[in-house]
Every structure is written in structure tokens, then in C-alpha cells.
Design a protein around this ligand. Structure first.
Ligand SMILES: Cc1cc2nc3c(=O)[nH]c(=O)nc-3n(C[C@H](O)[C@H](O)[C@H](O)COP(=O)(O)OP(=O)(O)OC[C@H]3O[C@@H](n4cnc5c(N)ncnc54)[C@H](O)[C@@H]3O)c2cc1C
Length: 369
């Protein structure tokens, strides 16, 4: 029912607006969101609740990545709270073999306005310079903890106009902590047409700097917003003109990473079956063992289980992003999932068909019994 509802744009768009407005007005909607979209896409409201899901997935050798999905914080107290919680996820991961990575969103640790200004190369006021240094320190604290606990850490990517400064800090962290293997992973959104060159530069810089880059590949979740902003502000769109070019860039990036696996560790974050098959093919071509720790596949919890479970059955490394956090706080994440399932031609349809077929199959078995 949930996937069927999400495939209806006339329901998703106004629904997202109404729910966001209701929560802003402090109208309690947990009773509606928790048992439906929240329980499908999230592990729970805290780590303890999520452990139950992690244990369930682990039975099928599917690992989990605890993703404290609270976004875009600006208040110092809130930022410190997210920092503390993210450090806790590293701590928990270090004691749990079913949690192979930690993850964070950079915008949880500085304002988007500051990151945008710094990315544009504008002169910062002394107070902004100070804030930026605090941002760098917070990222350093997380990467240091991850390195000490030997838990690789993924830095998520968001909108392109504040990515430059994040890339800079990520490269700095890789140079510090990826001396023997990838601990820090930066995210490349391959819907951006500049990312293919960026990937090549990442490898060159890593070779020169003598470190091992961690590369998380995704297609990118902010397509509509990127295009809209570019149009509104009158600059060329940073994303590929069509899905085919994004797909091509994505698979070429996978090939590049696998060809350079001696230096690059790759984290393939996708629900695209072709891209998973593509990486399998490249791994086979280069005789890379299915469970080589430098090659991971990942899907979001609640999506594309047919990919995750089949990959793990074949012995590949699979980890699901498992978002958790208070219902009201993870709402932007949930809205993005609903938007994505509405916007991405084929994806919801694919999930829905597979779910229907399986439900039919199970009903048939019951009847026969
Ligand atoms: C484990 C994991 C981690 C993720 N982390 C991040 C992250 O840090 N940052 C982030 O932005 N996203 C992230 N995502 C989301 C991701 O970027 C995609 O939005 C999502 O996975 C859908 O892409 P796909 O490869 O799975 O599937 P597909 O259905 O094959 O591709 C859909 C994607 O193709 C691209 N696309 C669609 N239409 C067009 C078009 N007309 N022109 C150009 N491109 C088009 C868009 O990027 C769209 O999201 C993550 C996803 C996963 C699975």
C-alpha cells in the first residue's frame, strides 16, 4: 500500500507539504507516520530500537549502517548533540560486526549558508572563519574516532553549491587517516557532470599524497532542486541533461574504481540492478574476491531488498543504510524517499511489481498447503 501510494505524484507532493506544515505547527502526526512510512524506512527512534532490525538483517548476512538522520543543524547545542550521537554510532559499530561503517551528513555540523559562502570562495568574516574552523574540527573529531576504532566513515553529499568546502575537508581527512587503507569515504554524486573529472583528480591527489581514497558513489538525490536553483539563479545546471548520461557516468565511475582497487575502496550506493551487475562484472574481470573489503554494495533500508539479499547470498559485501531518529526529525529524509519513489521512473514500479509477485506466490503456497 505504501509503495502504491508513493507512486502517485498527486498524493506525494501535497502530502509532503501538509505533513511538513503540520509538524512545524506542532500538530502531532507521529501516530500516522510511525506505523507507516517511518517503520518501513527507519530502524527506530534510537540505536536500541534499531538493533532489532540490525539483528534481523544480519541473519541473512546483510549488514547495517546506523544513520542518525537528523539534518541541517545550526544551533550549537543541537550540533553538539548530533556530534555526540554520531560518535556513539562509531562506538556501537566498533563492538558489532554487523555494522561495518559509520556515516554522517556534513550539514549537521555547520549552517548551509556558511558552507555555501565558503564553497563560493567568498571572503569570510572573522566570526564565519571561526565557525568554519569549528566545522573542520567536528569532522576531524569524527574521523579520528573512526580511525581509532577502525570503523570506516562515510561523508554523505547533499546539494552541489556547498559541496566544494566539504570535498576539501574530506580530502584533508583522507590524507590524515587513510594512510594504510580507506577509513574516510567521500561521496560523489554522479548526476553531476563534473564528477568524472573529479574522481580522476581524487586518485591523482591520493597517489601524490600517498593515501588510499574511499569513494562512495551515488547518482544523487537532489535532481529537481539542483535544476530549479540553476534555472532561478541563471547558471548552467550542474547535473547531466538526462538519465542515460547519469547512468553512463555512474557505471564508468564504477569501472574506474574497480580498475584502481589497489588504491581506491569503493562503496556502491544504488538501487539500480544494472549498476550492481556492472560492478559484479568488473570485479569478476579483475579477479577480485566477492567479499573483498574494498568493495561494498549498499541500499537504503526499506528499498530494493531483492538486490541486497541476492548480493549477500552470493557472498558480496552488502550494508543497508539504516536511518534512525525521532519521527519528526527524520521527516526530511522520509519526504526525500517519497519524492524519489515518485520521481524516479521505474523504481517504484519495479519494487511494486516484485512485491506483488512475491505476495501472490506466498498466497498460492498457502492455498496449496
Ligand atoms: C546507500 C545509499 C546512500 C546514499 N547516499 C546519498 C548521498 O550521500 N547523497 C545523495 O545525494 N544521495 C544519496 N543516495 C541516494 C541516491 O543518490 C539516489 O537518489 C538513489 O539511490 C536513486 O538512484 P539509484 O542509483 O538507486 O537508481 P536509479 O533509479 O537508476 O536512478 C535514479 C537517479 O538517476 C538520476 N536521474 C534520474 N533522472 C535523471 C535525469 N533526467 N537526468 C539526470 N539524472 C537523472 C537521479 O540521480 C536519480 O536519483 C544514497 C543512496 C543509497 C542507496
Amino acid at each position: 500500500m505504501l509503495f502504491r501510494a508513493m507512486s502517485k505524484p498527486w498524493l506525494v507532493k501535497p502530502g509532503s507539504i501538509i505533513v511538513t506544515a503540520a509538524l512545524k505547527a506542532k500538530i502531532p502526526l507521529g501516530w500516522l507516520i510511525r506505523p507507516t512510512i517511518f517503520s518501513h524506512f527507519c530502524g527506530g527512534e534510537n540505536i536500541d530500537e534499531s538493533i532489532e532490525v540490525i539483528d534481523k538483517l544480519a541473519k541473512f548476512n546483510v549488514k547495517s549502517i546506523l544513520d542518525y538522520s537528523v539534518e541541517a543543524k545550526e544551533d550549537e547545542e543541537d550540533i553538539n548533540e548530533v556530534l555526540k550521537e554520531t560518535l556513539k554510532t562509531i562506538e556501537v559499530a566498533s563492538d558489532n560486526p554487523n555494522i561495518p561503517f559509520a556515516v554522517f551528513k556534513p550539514t549537521a555540523f555547520a549552517s548551509k549558508a556558511l558552507l555555501t559562502k565558503a564553497s563560493a570562495g567568498s571572503t569570510l568574516l572573522p566570526s564565519e572563519q571561526e565557525e568554519l574552523e569549528k566545522f573542520r574540527e567536528r569532522i576531524h573529531t569524527l574521523c579520528l574516532a573512526a580511525s581509532q576504532k577502525n570503523i570506516p566513515i562515510l561523508i554523505d553529499a547533499e546539494e552541489s553549491f556547498y559541496q566544494e568546502i566539504i570535498d576539501k575537508v574530506a580530502a584533508e581527512m583522507m590524507a590524515l587517516f587513510n594512510r594504510k587503507k580507506a577509513i574516510v569515504y567521500n561521496t560523489l554524486q554522479m548526476y553531476r557532470h563534473d564528477r568524472t573529472d573529479f574522481l580522476v583528480r581524487c586518485l591523482d591527489e591520493a597517489k601524490r599524497g600517498g593515501y588510499f581514497p574511499g569513494i562512495k558513489l551515488v547518482r544523487g538525490a537532489y535532481l529537481e532542486r539542483e535544476r530549479l536553483r540553476a534555472k532561478k539563479m541563471g547558471y548552467p545546471s550542474p547535473v547531466h541533461p538526462d538519465k542515460e548520461s547519469t547512468d553512463r557516468a555512474y557505471d564508468n565511475a564504477l569501472t574506474f574504481c574497480i580498475e584502481n582497487i589497489d588504491r581506491i575502496s569503493v562503496f556502491n550506493g544504488t538501487h539500480n540492478e544494472e549498476s550492481c551487475l556492472h560492478m559484479i562484472g568488473e570485479m569478476k574481470k579483475h579477479s577480485i574476491a566477492n567479499d573483498d573489503q574494498r568493495a561494498f554494495y549498499s541500499q537504503l533500508y526499506g528499498m530494493s531488498d531483492h538486490i541486497s539479499f541476492n548480493l549477500s547470498r552470493l557472498g558480496y559485501n552488502v550494508a543497508k543504510y539504516l536511518p534512525y531518529g525521532p519521527v519528526t526529525q527524520v521527516l526530511p529524509y522520509l519526504i526525500r524517499r517519497a519524492e524519489e519513489n515518485k520521481a524516479v521512473a521505474g523504481q517504484t514500479g519495479r519494487e511494486l511489481t516484485l512485491l506483488k509477485t512475491e505476495m501472490k506466490r506466498r498466497k498460492q503456497i498457502k492455498k496449496e498447503v
